[in-house]
Design a protein around this ligand. Structure first.
Ligand code: PR8
Length: 493
């Protein structure tokens, strides 16, 4: 076995596993000489594009895709006080054109509220222009000072999907929040990535928002990763950017706004949640190659085997399956290693004996089970098996996830233990998962818990269904003993 064929350890050292996988499966090249900035390999980019194709198709039902500029004039960026307070330290600036100082410095968008809302002001005239729902998928730049990490904490976020909506009333905006929650649920379900949904504490909401809702998944090292956020902006940006519409009665009113975003952390989640020591395990929905056909040829019978492989390949391709015929010179073992590393959900092996018996052999990537399939049934069997893999990958991920969500009181959505936790127990649990505790709404108590337990307060749990309702639970704050709600805490990325 070559050195690079050694299996990887995922459990013990997730960070090392993650970096190795990005390299060996050819997802991201981390050698670019700018901190927090990376290169997509073609295979990684295909995976990214399939994931974003799903996102686009969900978004396109009720939003229109647009494209706004990367550069934001300083005076626009600085208009919304809360917003800029939150982003000030994260902005990259363009201050020169050649050797000439620019009159107005230009910011590289850290997010696009201040690029988009001045344009909303001129687009929105009357109630007939509402609701306005647009999105774009662009790169954004944030001068992150915490430890940067490929796909997870970037200085150039290459795949920032941001949606911005404007509505006639607060009720319409609140309704949009529910729709966005449902849309993101749908999205992560298709990626087979489990999540909890929380309402972020006051002190951790998006700068300029009335409140923020977030999706968090669990990484193999027991840390959570925020994979999506949804913000109710209310009228704050509308007042700053003077976005008004004429209502039916002729009066001028401010619009109510929402925005919500997803980055390539969704790709990091797919990789981390499903992968194991042999490499990626891709849900068929997003696998760039869903089926790889590997001919098993010894000294004779090669031509026959190849003919049968090509016929199966053509048939699968016609049926809309993303299939690859690996007729390279490598020996079968090396091919298995390569395609397992890249997470191809299903391998079909065809050798001379199979040809004689008019059959082939399926090997599943998720559990390595083998089955023999008549050549005539290849298309329906592949479709059925890919569906089964998609479901079982999702089930397995949910099982692992909810085994690591612990609740106290009745606030949890997990299947973990259900009793009040002492600090010692919490200490133990926080190593591996998401724990629910009772905490009042004060920032002081929140910060104290964060410091004492070395965790982040994710916030109040929200049931994962379309209505976006918060979970009802009450107890005593673990710091000050005042009336408190159940909130999730975890070590977070
Ligand atoms: C907004 N405005 O901006 P948000 N690297 C990778 N992913 C990141 C990074 C980073 N440095 N920073 C954030 N994300 C709103 C909503 C328009 C759209 C990911 O919201 O600042 C996180 O998953 O919360 C985050 O939830 C998402 O982008 C949206 O960013």
């Amino acid at each position: 076995m070559k050195e690079e064929e050694t299996v990887l350890q995922k459990g013990n050292n997730f960070s090392e596993w993650y970096n190795e996988i990005l390299k060996r499966a050819e997802i991201l090249d981390v050698r670019y000489p700018v901190k927090g900035v990376y290169v997509w390999y073609p295979y990684g980019y295909k995976l990214r594009n399939l994931i974003y194709k799903i996102l686009r198709s969900l978004m396109d039902k009720e939003h229109e895709e647009a494209l706004f500029p990367l550069l934001i004039p300083e005076d626009e960026l600085m208009k919304e006080k809360e917003h800029i307070k939150g982003f000030e330290e994260e902005v990259f600036w363009v201050t020169k054109g050649g050797s000439t100082e620019l009159d107005v410095p230009l910011a590289l968008r850290p997010t696009s509220e201040t690029a988009i809302y001045p344009v909303f002001k001129v687009w929105i005239r009357s109630h007939r222009d509402l609701p306005l729902r647009i999105y774009q998928i662009v790169n954004t730049f944030r001068y992150e000072t915490k430890h940067t990490r490929p796909l997870i904490r970037l200085r150039e976020i290459t795949s920032f999907k941001e949606a911005h909506t404007a509505h006639a009333s607060p009720a319409d905006a609140a309704e949009q929040i529910k729709k966005a929650v449902a849309l993101y649920k749908n999205f992560f379900d298709l990626l087979a990535v489990p999540y909890v949904i929380t309402r972020r504490p006051e002190w951790d909401k998006f700068p300029g928002a009335e409140y923020s809702i977030a999706f968090d998944t669990l990484m193999p090292d027991g840390r959570t990763m925020q994979i999506a956020t949804i913000h109710l902006l209310g009228e704050s940006f509308a007042r700053t950017f003077d976005i008004k519409y004429e209502d039916k009665d002729g009066s001028q009113k401010f619009v109510n706004q929402t925005c919500y975003g997803i980055s390539e952390r969704c790709v990091a989640a797919v990789i981390s949640v499903h992968g194991e020591e042999h490499g990626l395990v891709l849900p068929p929905e997003v696998a760039p190659i869903q089926v790889v056909i590997v001919p098993i040829v010894y000294s004779s019978g090669g031509a026959e085997v190849e003919k049968v492989c090509i016929a199966a390949y053509e048939e699968l391709k016609r049926a809309g399956i993303r299939v690859f015929f690996d007729n390279s010179e490598e020996r079968p073992g090396a091919k298995y290693y390569k395609w397992e590393m890249k997470g191809v959900p299903l391998r079909i092996e065809i050798g001379p004996r199979d040809v004689r018996n008019n059959r082939c052999e399926f090997v599943r990537r998720d559990d390595f089970t083998r089955m023999q399939v008549p050549l005539g049934d290849v298309v329906p069997e592949v479709k059925g098996t890919l569906k089964a893999i998609q479901d079982s990958v999702h089930e397995r991920a949910k099982e692992t996830f909810f085994a690591n969500v612990y609740k106290s009181g009745d606030s949890g959505v997990g299947k973990g233990e259900d009793k009040d936790k002492s600090e010692g127990e919490l200490e133990e649990l926080r190593r591996t998962g998401i724990v629910s505790i009772f905490l009042c709404e004060s920032e002081r108590c929140g910060r104290e818990v964060e410091e004492r337990l070395g965790v982040t307060v994710l916030g109040e749990a929200i049931y994962g269904d379309e209505n976006g309702e918060r979970v009802k639970s009450e107890g005593k704050c673990m710091i000050c003993s005042r009336k408190a709600k159940g909130v999730y805490v975890a070590r977070a990325y």
